[in-house]
Design a protein around this ligand. Structure first.
Ligand SMILES: Cc1cc2nc3c(=O)[nH]c(=O)nc-3n(C[C@H](O)[C@H](O)[C@H](O)COP(=O)(O)OP(=O)(O)OC[C@H]3O[C@@H](n4cnc5c(N)ncnc54)[C@H](O)[C@@H]3O)c2cc1C
Length: 457
């Protein structure tokens, strides 16, 4: 790093780069283990994709009727439920939440644990000496500053720190293409009762206005497909608007729907490329104009609706994936492979939002592999969080060490929570007992500790 920067006189045990889905939880977990923790976040709130890309609800990750992610995830749900910002449907699905409230809940949990956060601060580069990160150079209103710590957690989702530190990584599929990005938005002022009735009459029954989920994807037998076709013929929608359309109600926000779309143009698929990211904002807003017009014109109950908000962050599903001490593969998932140093259990399917067309939800071995039994799950080892070539760095979240297909399965939020919790505990131990060397943390002891903290591992 040749640019001049000042080094802050303070020092932390653990620095977390990115206070998102995995990073916020990692910060809380490390602080609870007694570490001095600072979370560095480029946005003005915690939660990352779950809050600032407005990704709600949490995807279900259940096996044999049991939720596979517990620990801090349970605490988040309990706090959200107590505020009226979480909800449980009649099937026991407790994954509905209000992203705006989650920002506050995460912040309170971090501060209660004694952790600190520095918002509006982007990590620029690590200072690395002989495979050991010495400090992170950040940029914020104070200019360029270096912050020192014993252990670092790269929870940027894009492995920004790891990549800059020289850790090998993969990105995209065999052609270097990434999963599609989406710019989520909300529609407010919706008469949800009326919309529920309409949807029920059109083949998509809803439990109640509190628990709504409706969708349309070309060729996937959605009952709403004829409506979309008409909208395309009438010039309200473009063909690509039907590549993926999905909406949910949001606890604590009556009259509002959150949309898991629009899908961004296929040529803008790299969330680690600033030009693609910026293009995704403009392309997304253009598509949202069409989608809102469609809802107001074609969906009863939406006539008086208006744009609630654009998600501040573009939703990025996959960019860089580090090469770690273990790389999780599709085979591990389909064979329901278990590991002694497991830190996370998963039964969410392979779910690739391909820019090559269509959504590949389940792998071709569906039905025959052990993974498809209702009580099956596979595990993810601690070693997936350990980047090759650097001794005091952990990488939880969607950038953990996995193949393109495996990543599409483990990337959902509750798994990122579990990985974040494991990384936080391990970082605190490494700082306290092992001079920062994360490989000296015994995976099996870590697993025992996570179990004691309520994790399902
Ligand atoms: C459109 C979309 C729909 C999805 N749908 C669902 C769903 O319905 N349910 C579900 O469970 N999962 C869903 N997912 C998957 C899931 O939300 C993400 O995989 C997960 O949230 C990623 O968590 P993460 O911690 O790895 O990254 P993030 O949550 O993105 O966190 C990264 C954080 O790091 C910060 N950051 C990045 N770079 C820097 C830097 N250089 N300096 C400082 N800060 C930085 C970011 O601002 C962010 O806060 C969806 C994802 C997308 C994109």
């Amino acid at each position: 790093m040749s640019l001049p920067y000042t080094t802050l006189p303070r020092r932390w045990d653990v620095l977390v780069a990115g206070g998102g889905t995995a990073g916020a939880i990692a910060g809380i977990a490390a602080a609870r283990e007694g570490a001095r923790v600072l979370v560095l976040e480029s946005q003005g709130s915690l939660g990352g994709t779950g809050t600032n890309a407005w990704v709600t609800p949490l995807m279900r990750n259940v096996s044999g009727g049991v939720n596979l992610n517990r620990g801090l995830t349970d605490e988040l749900k309990a706090r959200l439920l107590a505020r009226g910002d979480g909800a449980v449907d009649k099937n026991g699905n407790d994954n509905w939440f209000n992203p705006e409230a989650l920002k506050y809940v995460l912040e309170v949990l971090l501060l209660e644990a004694g952790g600190e956060v520095l918002y509006h601060t982007s990590v620029v580069a690590p200072v690395v000496e002989a495979g050991h990160i010495h400090s992170l150079v950040v940029h914020n209103k104070g200019g360029l500053q270096a912050l020192e710590a014993d252990v670092f957690i790269d929870a940027t989702g894009d492995a920004d720190v790891a990549a800059a530190a020289g850790v090998p990584f993969h990105a995209g599929d065999e052609d270097g293409l990434h999963q599609a990005m989406s710019l989520r938005f909300t529609l407010a002022g919706v008469d949800l009762e009326r919309l529920c009735t309409f949807l029920a009459e059109h083949g998509q029954w809803q439990e109640s206005p509190r628990f709504m989920h409706f969708w349309m994807v070309w060729g996937k037998k959605s009952s709403l497909e004829p409506l979309f076709r008409r909208a395309v013929v009438e010039g309200v929608l473009e063909e690509r608007d039907g590549d993926y359309f999905q909406a949910f109600s949001v606890p604590g926000r009556p009259g509002e729907l959150s949309f898991n779309c629009p899908r961004i143009r296929a040529d803008l698929n790299d969330g680690a490329d600033p030009w693609h990211l910026s293009g995704a904002q403009t392309d997304g807003r253009e598509s949202i104009e069409r989608l809102i017009r469609f809802c107001k014109t074609f969906l009863p109950g939406c006539g008086q609706a208006y744009l609630g908000s654009y998600a501040p962050m573009v939703g990025v599903r996959e960019t860089r994936r580090i090469v770690g001490d273990y790389t999780l593969t599709l085979g591990d998932i389909l064979d329901s492979r278990k590991f002694e140093d497991a830190v996370c259990r998963n039964h969410y399917p392979v779910d690739i939002h391909s820019v090559k067309g269509g959504a590949k939800l389940l792998h071709e071995r569906e039905g025959t592999a052990p993974y498809f039994a209702p009580d099956a799950y596979h595990e993810l080892p601690y070693r997936c969080l350990l980047p090759q070539g650097v001794e005091n760095l952990l990488v939880p979240g969607r950038a953990a060490s996995s193949t393109f297909e495996a990543q599409s399965s483990i990337r959902v939020q509750q798994n990122c929570h579990s990985m974040g919790e494991a990384a936080g505990v391990a970082a605190a131990w490494a700082a306290r007992e092992y001079g920062g060397t994360v490989r000296r943390v015994a995976g099996m002891a870590l697993r025992e500790r996570l179990r004691a903290l309520g994790a399902n591992v």
